[in-house]
Design a protein around this ligand. Sequence first.
Ligand code: BDR
Ligand code: CA
Length: 309
Amino acid sequence: ATPIIIDCDPGHDDAIAILLAYAHRDVLDIRGITTVGGNQVLEKITDNALRILSFIEADIPVAKGAAGPLLGKLVTGEEAHGESGMDGPALPPSLVRPTDQGAVEFMLELIRSSDDKITLVPLAPLTNIALLLTAYPEVKDKIERISLMGGGISYGNVTSTAEFNIYVDPEAARIVYESGIPITMSGLDVTDKAAIFEDEIEELKRRGPVSVLVGELLDFYSIYGKKMGYVGNALHDPCAVAWLLHPELFQSRHLHVTVETEGKQTRGMTVADQRKKTEHAPNVEVLVDVDRTAFINLLFDSLARLDQQ
Ligand code: BDR
Ligand code: CA
């Protein structure tokens, strides 16, 4: 199995991404989960991560990371994710606590002690990953790839140019994009196409306990989507996991991408060089399309696996 670390801010779609990965333990070995301030403040989203893991009785260590971005104050996604950061279902509190180690030291130790290279799966602002790469650049050689959710090469969702995860910490994102580590980017171009529709959410709620939980998460998450004029609810973070499981469901382009940190209209924008001839060598595999039906089937089958356990 491919060893992975999921860095997240659950977050409705983060939670679904964790469930998707956990359903495929034969393929993806989740060595640890790290949390970072994003959709809600650090305490809340860490608690959400622990609750999700307790619900499925998954024994995966969770380490708390940065409370806010490298510079400035944290902007949360409360409008979309609610007061708890994962409003909707009533999940019992977790009996487990996070590790005493902070996320950066925790990742460092996991990466150093692993025989195989580790794949990082960041689903949130890139603060923890940037701190890790800056403090311990030598770990780059032991990171196989970064499959992240963030950005987009056409438009944004917080501003007209910036997507939430990049917008919250553009300086960190820039460090990661320019790290030289191979990156697969699930940005809005693909994640907006990975939408789940209302009848599908209703179907989930007629199934087993984990499917029902996801249905309830999506009931709440859809409220904001609808308010913002979307038809169907984008499953952003699960794309970064689904690509690791089934890359053949996606279409991609290899481009040079970096992050704008200064522009008045463009701070937090992922800037892709789409010229046919350019001096910039590609550093990112940008996912641009997905077989939606196959992706939703994968989600349903994966949740069904968890329902049966
Ligand atoms: C991203 O922002 C967060 O609100 C979601 O969890 C996802 O990671 C989508 O822009
Ligand atoms: Ca997220």
